[in-house]
Design a protein around this ligand. Structure first.
Ligand code: ASP
Length: 324
């Protein structure tokens, strides 16, 4: 009997203690886990967001880069982390393509997480090293088709947005180009500027500065509408790749079982950030657009993720691309 009472008492203390901990969250720094290397687009978005979330959370939100396996290492780590809200994952469209791309995915995007909300949409750009001869899109396509066996394209690994965009582009111009995976498009961009890589498709959060300063050549943006910060760059759609559209959406996730008060605090911090004029402005300069409030919700992220998994699954299966 005494043992039963002490077990019940211990359970109560732990449940009550958990609730108190959740109410007081956060009492120490929170990690914002980025699935790619520092200096790339996901990292840039995360660092901007972390700065703003720090203000609301009244605790440091620290970016932690856990690159690897095309961006699937970080979700795997966060899915297995303690569900206390101290490991928050920022992940992009790759969360919806990974289930079809990876035969042995060590996490399930639909069942292993609690959702906080969507963050921002980021268009991509098709870029090349400055030494590549063509100067316009039409000549570029002719050149790529004629030299496809000699060219290469950098990306952030299987399932990264840069990989998907590259695959879509190659399939549209019916030319297979060798791909070179990096731990993120930050390092891939350095390789491109160092002439080790010829081409890349990457988010404007990484390419805007390099395009504006002429450190890379640009052949088009991947959204149907031009990007305000790169108004002079035509879309691929308007240059003949009809309906070509890739925009990279991002979401925030924590481990399944994280208590509701913690989820609410993270969601509040996200919502304050996306409405902050400073955040909007710094994102706009990089071509990115924070989501509207109706998308910065757990429900919206859950719905969008599911729809994207359903959309990409058949496309990827048809393309026959996968990793064991
Ligand atoms: N987001 C990039 C990609 O998917 C990688 C990165 O952030 O470094 O290609």
């Amino acid at each position: 009997m005494l043992r039963v009472i002490s077990v019940v008492a211990a359970m109560l203390v732990s449940a009550f203690g958990g609730t108190v901990a959740a109410q007081e969250y956060p009492t120490r720094p929170v990690s914002l886990v980025v699935p790619f290397a520092a200096g790339g687009p996901t990292d840039t978005l995360a660092r901007n967001l972390a700065q703003h979330m720090t203000k609301t959370m009244k605790q440091q939100v620290i970016v932690e880069n856990r690159a690897g396996a095309g961006g699937t290492l970080a979700p795997a780590l966060v899915s297995k982390s303690k569900p206390d809200g101290y490991q928050v994952l920022i992940a992009h469209i790759g969360m919806s393509t990974a289930p079809a791309l990876y035969r042995k995915l060590p996490f399930n995007p639909l069942t292993d997480f609690e959702y906080i909300g969507q963050v921002a949409d980021v268009p991509m750009t098709l870029i090349a090293r400055t030494g590549l001869p063509p100067d316009n899109y039409k000549d570029f396509v002719t050149y790529v088709k004629a030299n496809k066996d000699k060219l290469n394209m950098g990306n952030a690994g299987l399932g990264a947005a840069s990989h998907l965009c590259g695959l879509l582009f190659m399939s549209r111009i019916e030319s297979d180009i060798q791909t070179i995976p990096y731990t993120g498009t930050g390092p891939a961009m350095s390789a491109l500027m160092g002439n080790q890589v010829d081409l890349m498709c990457d988010q404007t959060t990484n390419t805007t500065g390099a395009i504006q300063s002429g450190k890379v050549k640009v052949f088009g943006v991947t959204t149907k509408k031009r990007v305000p910060s790169l108004q002079y760059v035509p879309t691929l759609h308007e240059q003949g790749l009809k309906d070509f559209e890739v925009a990279v959406w991002h979401g925030l996730y924590v481990a399944k079982g994280t208590p509701k008060p913690v989820l609410d605090k993270l969601n509040l911090a996200l919502n304050i950030a996306i409405k902050d004029p400073q955040f909007k402005e710094s994102m706009a300069k990089l071509g990115a657009e924070p989501v509207s409030a109706d998308r910065a919700t757990p429900e919206s992220l859950a719905k969008h993720l599911k729809a994207e998994i359903d959309k990409w699954g058949p496309i990827i299966k048809k393309a026959g691309v996968y990793a064991d």
